[in-house]
Design a protein around this ligand. Structure first.
Ligand SMILES: [Fe+2]
Ligand SMILES: [Fe+2]
Length: 292
């Protein structure tokens, strides 16, 4: 990248097993600077984690609830989850940071494996892996990581987004399932952490988080709002599920591109690539104000 080019980040939304050589070749041949994964790669599947961890390009991952499904059911960390974490090593950005000096930004990883909702679901897992027992502990861990950041401008990578962005099922992290498919399903710890981070004088430029899929269960088939701007932060939900779709008779694969420069988000597009890795569609989403 030359001094005038923005830093290019490709974001992969919830994978849910939709991953193959086309994706790998596209990323390995691409001129992006970094690839972010918001998790839900598979159902606690070290094989897909291995494929992604072996990509010959720069990556950062935050695993999702599906990536720890059995561990959460058993309330203890399974061998398969340990294997996934070992494969990713420092590329799993849970409660960690990575400096991106080329664009004057620090990338921050939030709590992995989030299911959304009020609590941590299985605090035993967080206790075993991270010594975290409550949403407040978790918020403090995120803020502690940020305290070590070299830059005032931040991009946050999470599996689920924060509480406070809307209560309707179609809101960016609104609840669209269960007996009462409405309400804010955002993470309390991430909301708390963002407040602390802002109070400390840092600027959260972008929060990238999936988990809440684009097509709603209730009302069935309705579209979720996935791009929101609030208080100087762009919230990007890349969870187009499935991320591989037949469009006009052709199989296309979804990514989100973020462009960063000088500590700012300077561009965001959704792209769809074909089997040859050619970009067949590029659209610039409109960031909507928060309704919450
Ligand atoms: Fe998901
Ligand atoms: Fe998820």
């Amino acid at each position: 990248m030359s001094a005038s080019d923005p830093y290019r980040v490709l974001v992969v939304g919830d994978v849910h097993g939709h991953w193959n050589d086309v994706d790998a070749r596209f990323l390995e041949a691409g001129d992006q600077d970094l690839v972010l994964f918001v998790g839900d790669l598979g159902d606690e599947d070290p094989e897909i984690v291995r494929d992604i961890s072996e990509l010959d390009c720069e990556i950062a991952v935050l695993l999702g609830n599906h990536d720890a499904w059995q561990s959460f059911s058993n309330k203890r960390v399974t061998r398969r989850l340990r294997e996934s974490l070992d494969l990713l090593g420092e590329d799993h950005l849970a409660y960690a940071i990575r400096e991106l000096p080329e664009c004057g930004i620090t990338l921050v990883g939030a709590r992995p494996f989030s299911w959304g909702g009020r609590d941590l679901r299985s605090p035993e897992i967080y206790g075993e892996l991270y010594g975290v027992g409550t949403p407040e502990d978790s918020a403090a861990r995120i803020a502690e990581a940020v305290a070590r950041a070299q830059h005032a401008s931040l991009v946050v990578l999470a599996h689920n987004g924060p509480y406070g962005l809307g209560r309707n099922s179609s809101d960016i992290y609104g609840k669209d399932f269960g007996k009462s498919p409405t309400g804010d399903w955002g993470d309390r710890d991430l909301e708390l952490a963002l407040k602390d981070i802002r109070a400390a004088g840092r600027h959260v430029r972008v929060v990238v988080a999936g988990h809440m899929h684009d097509r709603l269960l209730h009302p069935r088939g309705a579209q979720r709002t996935r791009f929101v701007e609030h208080a100087g932060t762009a919230y990007v939900n890349p969870a187009v599920v499935p991320r591989v779709r037949q469009i006009d008779g052709e199989e296309l694969r979804h990514f989100v591109e973020l462009r960063l420069a000088g500590g700012q988000l300077v561009g965001c597009d959704e792209i769809w690539i074909d089997a040859a890795g050619e970009v067949r569609s590029r659209t610039t989403p409109e960031f909507r104000p928060r309704r919450g």
